[in-house]
Design a protein around this ligand. Structure first.
Ligand code: ATP
Ligand code: MG
Length: 230
C-alpha cells in the first residue's frame, strides 16, 4: 500500500465482452481518480456499463485492458488469494437486490463477512460494530428477523451494514435504491451520505436516481464508454 497514492485510480480501463463480430466494447478507456472520502455517482442509461465498471473496480470482473489501482496497487497483478483478501478487507458491496442469505437472520447476515477474513476483528469487536451499525440504520429491533420478514428498505439497510462491517475503504453500491419506494430510497440515501461523512468511507454509487446522485459530491456520466465527470 502506498500512503501517498489516491484511494482509487483507473487508467484507460477497457472492457470488451465477446469476440469477433459479436464483440461489444462496454468500457472504452475509463479514467478516474478518487481520493479517500470522495463520493461519486455513476449515471447513464441502462446497458451503458455502470455495473461493469463497478465490477471491474471491485475485483469481481477483469478489465480487458487498463489499470485499476486501489491504494496505489493494481489488483489485477495480485495473486488470487491476495485479491480475495483485498476484496474482503478493503471493499464493501451493496447490490440492487440485497443478496442477503434467506436462511440467516439479519445479525448472522451482517456478521458473515467477518468470518470470511480470519484477520478481521475478533468476535466481540465485530459484534459491537454490528450492533452499533444496526442501531445507526434503525434495525436493532429487527436483528433476529430473516430477510423474508423485512421490508425492501430494511433489507437494503441490512445489506449496507454487511458491506461496512469490515470497515472497507471503498463502498461500491450498484443501484442500491433500485427496488425501493421513494421514502425508503431517501432514507438509504441519507444513510450512505451520512456514512461517507462520519466514517470517511469512499463511495461509488451507480444509480438511475437523480435524487441519490445529488447526495454524492461528484457525478460521472457515461458517454461512449468513457466516464465524463462533473
Ligand atoms: N457477461 C456479459 N457478457 C456479454 N455482455 C455483457 C455481459 N455483462 C454485461 N454485458 C453487456 O454489457 C453492457 C453493459 O452492461 P451493464 O450491466 O454494465 O450495464 P448497466 O449500465 O449496469 O445497465 P443497468 O442500468 O440496466 O443496470 C450491456 O450491453 C450488457 O448486455
Ligand atoms: Mg447495472
Amino acid at each position: 500500500m502506498d500512503a501517498s497514492a489516491s484511494l482509487l485510480e483507473l487508467r484507460a480501463v477497457c472492457k470488451r465482452y465477446g469476440t469477433g463480430a459479436a464483440a461489444v466494447d462496454v468500457l472504452s478507456g475509463v479514467d478516474l481518480t478518487l481520493e479517500a472520502g470522495a463520493s461519486l455517482a455513476v449515471l447513464g442509461p441502462s446497458g451503458c456499463g455502470k455495473s461493469t465498471l463497478l465490477n471491474c473496480i471491485g475485483t469481481l470482473d477483469r478489465p480487458t485492458s487498463g489499470e485499476v489501482l486501489l491504494e496505489g496497487a493494481d489488483w489485477q497483478r495480485l495473486a488470487p488469494r491476495e485479491i480475495a483478501r483485498l476484496r474482503a478487507r478493503r471493499i464493501g458491496f451493496v447490490f440492487q437486490l440485497h443478496h442477503l442469505l434467506p436462511q440467516c437472520t439479519v445479525w448472522e447476515n451482517v456478521l458473515l463477512p467477518t468470518l470470511a477474513d480470519p484477520s478481521a476483528p475478533p468476535g466481540p469487536e465485530a459484534a459491537e460494530r454490528a450492533a452499533r451499525l444496526l442501531e445507526r440504520v434503525g434495525l436493532s429491533a429487527r436483528k433476529n428477523h430473516r430477510p423474508g420478514e423485512l421490508s425492501g428498505g430494511e433489507r437494503q439497510r441490512a445489506a449496507v451494514v454487511r458491506a461496512l462491517i469490515n470497515r472497507p475503504a471503498l463502498l461500491l453500491a450498484d443501484e442500491p435504491t433500485g427496488s425501493l419506494d421513494a421514502a425508503s430510497a431517501e432514507s438509504l440515501g441519507d444513510l450512505l451520505a451520512g456514512l461517507n461523512r462520519e466514517e470517511g468511507v469512499t463511495l461509488v454509487v451507480a444509480t438511475h436516481s437523480a435524487e441519490l446522485a445529488r447526495r454524492m459530491a461528484r457525478t460521472g456520466r457515461f458517454e461512449a464508454g468513457r466516464l465524463v465527470l462533473s
